[in-house]
Design a protein around this ligand. Sequence first.
Ligand SMILES: *Cc1c(COP(=O)(O)O)cnc(C)c1O
Length: 341
Amino acid sequence: MRNIDLRSDTVTRPTSAMLEYMFQAVVGDDVFEDDPTVKALEAKCAAMFGMEAGIFCPSGTMTNQIAIKAQTEPMSEVICDQTAHIYQYEGGGISFISGASVYLLPGERGKITPAMVKSAIRPDNIHHPVTKLVSLENTSNKGGGAYYTSSEIAAIAAVCQDNKLALHLDGARVFNALLAAGETPQAYGQYFTSISVCLSKGLGAPVGSVLLGSHDLIKKARRIRKALGGGMRQAGFLAAAGIYALDNHVSRLAEDHQHARLLQQALANCVYVESVLPVETNIVIFTLTPQVETSAFLQKLAENNILALDFGPRQIRFVTHLDFTAEMVDQTVKTLTSMSF
Ligand SMILES: *Cc1c(COP(=O)(O)O)cnc(C)c1O
């Protein structure tokens, strides 16, 4: 039997319809900018978000790190929440690739405020690094899938504009955020100088992310991507999966959100669970009571063919996705309800 895999929304496999679409892609050498399917994906994504241009990359880590490299310089600084993926989960890439420092803010569930950003901007004084870039994560992974509304984003964007700072969006799960907020991507182009969108998370593509920005920024990004070894040749087969995902797998994210709420409800009634973070999208983060060993909990789940992620002291993360079906929700709820320690 196939495992119920709740470790991440990256574990999805391409559907047969997606594979069929991929096989039919017309491809070329994308380093020569000759791949029509890659170009179509980049243009489609840019148009969706009201940005000028896009560049297809192998991973969200690469799109984020290229955005940071293109909008900072050594001795400058990036402002972000202390739990941000760009800082916590990208292998120290900011120092390695950009030679920039990071100003970490104590946000609420991964979300920072305009006042916090203002307070983190360095005065013009040779002792300090030069503040260059603010990065938001929407939804916030460590924040349990919490999302920003566009009015919250607009207020932060205004601070950035007043202080001539670039504003990046780590939009690994931006479509989950938009769905939960009841908003569309069109408005985002006016707020952000760069946007990273992951195709290989909830959207179910096997590989890839797109970085969006102005023509100038994306031109610079193309150089950086090459230097990082991210220039791919007949990448159109992969880009086709992204096009298919954008056309077919966005509105169905509502199911994932519903499934996450069902898991939250089940967990709220389990005596071995101390607390569950409010569920806003497709991520469920909960804390076990001190009597329960995280490893014992994960092992018992695994014996019932359910995989989850150890997410810090006594914390567990579930992420719902395309390959987590309604029957699997029922089975998971049954298992959670019947477990004891
Ligand atoms: C997954 C993720 C990324 C990118 O991860 P890759 O595995 O490199 O594609 C970036 N930001 C957040 C918040 C993520 O969850």
